[in-house]
Structures are given as C-alpha cells and as structure tokens.
Design a protein around this ligand. Structure first.
Ligand code: GLC
Length: 567
C-alpha cells in the first residue's frame, strides 16, 4: 500500500449509516485561516480546528465544510490551488487532515471539502508547464490560450467580464520576451481557467475526488459550479443570452461533469455528497443541477440576498421550495459565507439585502437592530425544511469588520479600484476568550492574528457567550438541539400560516410552528401549548418586532391529530 491508499480507520471515517443525512444536515463552514491558531503563527490551522472540535460538537452540527485548505499562493484566499493532494503548510500536513477527519467522525461530525474546478493557481505545475512549453503545445491545451485581436495581437480575445470586475484575459510573454498569447481567467490572473474539453482535466478532478473520498471525506462543495464549461468559439457576450446561451455561465454541457462526479461519489458504500455553489437567477436552470444523477444540494443564495422584508423573504422561501420539489432535492438555507457581508451588519443597514456590487465603505449600520434580526433569521432558517449552513462566527453574532485598507488582501477590493471593501471583513479571526492578545484565537505568546480583531469582540467571545444564557451562542445551540429532537421540525411538511403581511409564519408537520415578526409593532402568536424558543423575550405574550418564536401547537384536526396522539 502506498501513502495514497486509505487506512482502515479512514474508511470508517464517515459516521453513521444514515445515507440521507445531507437532506436535513446542519453544516458549519470553517474558514481555517481564521478559526483557531494552534501553532501561534497568527494564522488558523488544522491543529486549531482539532482543539476546538468539542466546541463544534457541543454546538450540535452534523458536518464541517472547509474552505480550500490546499497549498496555494493565496491570491484569492486559497481559491487558487496549486496542489489538490496536500495541505497548505501554514495549516498543517496531510496527516493532520486525516487525523482531523477521523477525530471529527468520532464525534459524529462529517467533513466536506472545497473543490475548485473552474481554475487552478498560476503556480500549479500544469500552468507553469503551459507557460514554459509555449504556443501550440499540448500543455497549453489544458487551459484557454488564445492569440489576441488587432494587428499585433494587442487586443483581448473577447469582451468577457470577470466575476471580480476587470478583464478576463492576461497576455503572456514568449520565451524570447516578445508579447505572446493571452490566457483566460474569469477571476484573477493568478487563477487561469481550465479547459474542461480536455480529458486530462476531467480525469484529474475525478482522481482528486477519489483521493479525498478515500480519506473519509463525506462530500465536496463545488466552487463556482456553473462556470467551468466555455463556448470554445469565444463569441462576444450577447446582450440578453437565453438559457444555455451565455458563453461561460451554465452551459448545457456542464451537467456531464457532475453526472460523472456523482458516479464516482456513488461508488462508495456511504455515497459521498456533492454540494454546488450555483449562482443562477433562473430557478428552472438552477434545479437542473439537482437532478437525481447530479448534485445532492446547491446553495440557495436567493434567500440570502433578500432584504429584511416579510413579503420578499416569504416569496423567496416559496420559490425555493417550489423549484426544488420537481427534482426531489432538499433546499439549503444560508445566511452568509466567507464572501458575504455578515448578517448582523447586513440586517442593520437600510439596504438590508445583499449584492456584491452594492458593497461600500462606511455604510451606516445599526448593529443592535442587525443582531436582533440575525437572531430571528437564525431561528427562521433553522425551522425551514432542508439543510442549514452556518458560517463560522455567525453563531456568535460577529459583525462585519471594516478593516484599514492597508490590511485588505482580497482581490475583489483591488479589482474594484478600491471602491468595494472586499470580503476580508467577514474573515477576521474568531474570538474565543475574553482576554489575551488574540482573544484566544492563538496562545497568549502567539503572533498577532493575520487580521486584527476589534476590541469589542471580547464581549462576543465564546467564553463570554458561554456565560450568558441570553447569548447568540446559546440561542444557536438550543435551536440546533431542538431541531435534532423534534420530528416535525426534521421531517414535517411546511404549511403557511397567515398572521398578516409582516409575519413569516408556518407550521412544520402537526405540532411545530415558527413565527417571525418583520413588522414595526408586536404581533399576537397563534394558539399554542408552549413556547420552545424565542429569539427575543416575549412582551405580555406578544412577539416583538424583529423576532422569531418556535411554538408547540395544536395539531390541525382529524386524522393527523389522531396520528399524533398515538405517537
Ligand atoms: C467562489 C468562492 C470565492 C472565490 C471564487 C473564485 O465564489 O466562494 O471565495 O473567490 O469562487 O474561486
């Protein structure tokens, strides 16, 4: 057996035999660089995650999703991967990852890792070889090298626009120093796009999946999953492309990739799970990724981008459930991630929805109101049918941090000409303790965290919140514990309750109800036996604004009521 072959322990590293675990799972997103620093160098690492596994178990999560943890020059926070079969030395070693996967599994927690099919790092051996080998070489065929337009090839081959703003092509130099071909990168120049028409690219990714699945990884989160296939004729961007007509988004051929990946995932006795990062407005096109032989789930960004508004959020929930139903896939509920303004900040702003192009420095924010709403949103999303994602630190109610510009590393900031603060403000290292140089992120003698934590975060630290029964952390823990033990909440169908324009209210199964008040004044709750949980204290039995209550209610009537009494 060579080192690529799994240990018996790793084979068993996917806990439990519940093959449908992903349908209702609570998945906690770990941004390793900012979670916990085990070796004191100011950067989070796998040793840090291992030391905090008991915390994650006590929170009650079913799985961890790790942002890319591979060797990388970090031109885009690790989404520029130079070696898929290793761990960034800053985070630890492959052996550390194997132990982490096993230790998590022993606590009943599965591991999901990030796979980035659209591009690799410019530092990846394939891209280096392609640059070296020069125009017309087979090495260049794994990427998209093209001659430029204009008399001297000085014009970019297409007018395609980067997801990070700015150009999508960078010109290379020939070995003799003269200007050469251009290569395509939908993100930064340090992230060259792969050519998915090339068999090496397909084979390599399937091998990488097996590499990690064999180590007990329970699933993969697929980065920028709608982008990898390009129209190889490289047409100009059409004004309003119809379904499947965009030259590099959601092309029909993309589904073959995920069908092949699903086949790999299904060869395991405990089938591995595919979760897509699919940003598409067209609900029908989105659902196509979730057909039974493709991905298991995909992130539901529609809900996350909605403003704090009952009608908008209710419509998004209905839309989401309706679009998933025909393909039999569960919805996912996501309040944020490592790319998105933290909910506490977002919901405390006048413009409480989310769009990348609306991010600015210095937007007025009412953090107290945002926190109240984020608590209400946490209960609301945890009560919806499907799986739930929690981005690290949201369970502590951390706000977005406005960092001094000289500390920002995110390319989105630079490529916007400095207008967009970028995404580092939601990637600030977690506060664990009330005191100490890094609030327990690292040991006391550790180097300063790679991004500075605001002093006010002492009060938001895990230690501070453990001691406060009214804290966000206690709310999350209670909600997840309840979600686990309440059969209606886990499996019951959703039925809307009408409590007026400003409420989002629904029953799950027979005897559970969730009510969120998005209006200006308190609202009366429907008849109930007891209150399981509220995000803010009730006032004279009324639900205050910006709050959610979970209730034990009377079963409707008739058959289901009878069924309930015999439970
Ligand atoms: C995804 C990631 C984001 C990254 C981009 C390019 O959207 O979530 O962080 O910058 O893909 O890989």
């Amino acid at each position: 057996m060579d080192s690529d072959v799994l240990s018996p322990a790793a084979v068993a590293a996917t806990p439990g035999a519940d093959l449908d675990w992903w349908r209702t799972a609570v998945i906690y997103q770990v941004y390793v660089r900012s979670f916990a620093d085990g070796d004191g160098d100011g950067t989070g690492d796998l040793a840090g995650v291992r030391s905090r596994l008991p915390y994650l178990a006590s929170l009650g999560v079913d799985a961890l999703w790790f942002n890319p943890w591979y060797p990388s020059p970090l031109a885009d926070g690790g989404y520029d991967v130079s070696d898929y079969r290793d761990i960034h030395p800053m985070f630890g070693s492959l052996a550390d990852a194997e132990v982490l996967i096993e230790e998590a599994a022993e606590l009943g927690i599965r591991t999901i890792i990030d796979i980035v099919p659209n591009h690799v790092s410019a530092d990846h051996p394939w891209f280096r070889a392609a640059l070296e080998a020069g125009p017309g070489s087979p090495e260049r065929e794994r990427f998209w090298f093209r001659p430029g337009g204009g008399e001297a090839g000085e014009q970019m081959p297409t007018d395609w626009v980067s997801s990070f703003q700015g150009p999508t092509w960078t010109r290379t130099s020939n070995p003799d120093g003269t200007p050469g071909e251009w290569y395509l990168h939908l993100f930064t120049p340090e992230q060259p796009d792969l050519n998915w028409n090339h068999p090496d690219v397909r084979r390599e990714h399937e091998d990488v999946l097996r590499f990690w699945f064999d180590r007990g990884v329970a699933g993969v989160r697929i980065d920028s999953a709608a982008l990898p296939i390009k129209d190889a004729r490289f047409p100009a961007l059409p004004d309003s492309p119809g379904p499947g007509e965009h030259p590099h988004v959601d092309r029909d051929e993309i589904h073959d990739i995920y069908r092949a990946w699903r086949a790999v995932a299904d060869t395991y006795e405990q089938p591995r799970v595919l979760v897509g990062e699919v940003w598409l407005e067209d609900a029908a096109r989105f659902a196509r990724y979730l057909r039974p032989d493709e991905m298991h789930t995909a992130f539901n960004f529609d809900f996350m981008t909605q403003p704090w508004d009952a009608a908008a959020m209710r419509a998004s929930i209905s839309r989401t459930l309706a679009e998933h139903a025909p393909v039999g896939a569960p919805a996912t509920w996501v309040l944020s991630n490592h790319d998105i303004t933290r909910p506490v900040t977002r919901y405390g702003r006048e413009d409480s929805g989310f769009a990348f192009d609306r991010k600015r420095f210095g937007m007025p924010t009412d953090v107290e109101r945002g926190t109240r709403r984020a608590r209400a949103a946490a209960l609301l999303t945890a009560a919806l049918p499907g799986s739930l994602y929690i981005y690290q630190g949201d369970e502590l109610g951390l706000p977005e941090v406005e960092l001094p510009v000289e500390l920002i590393e995110d390319p989105m900031h630079f490529r916007s000409g400095g207008v967009d603060p970028g995404r580092d403000g939601c990637r600030v290292p977690l506060p664990w303790e009330r005191a100490g140089a890094s609030l327990g992120f690292g040991t006391d003698d550790a180097r300063s965290p790679w991004l500075p934590q605001p002093g006010t975060w002492a009060a938001l630290s895990v230690a501070a919140q453990e001691a406060d029964p009214a804290s966000m952390l206690h709310l999350y823990r209670a909600a997840l514990a309840h979600r686990r033990s309440d059969a209606d909440l886990r499996a019951g169908a959703l039925t809307w309750l009408d409590l007026g324009d400003h409420a989002i209210a629904f029953r799950r199964g027979d005897a559970f109800a969730s009510v969120t008040n998005l209006g200006e004044g308190p609202i009366a709750l429907p008849a109930h036996h007891s209150v399981h949980l509220t995000s803010s204290p009730l006032a004279d039995g009324m639900l205050p604004p910006d709050s959610t209550a979970w209730l034990a209610i009377e079963p409707p009537s008739g058959e289901s009521a009878t069924r309930r009494t015999t439970k």
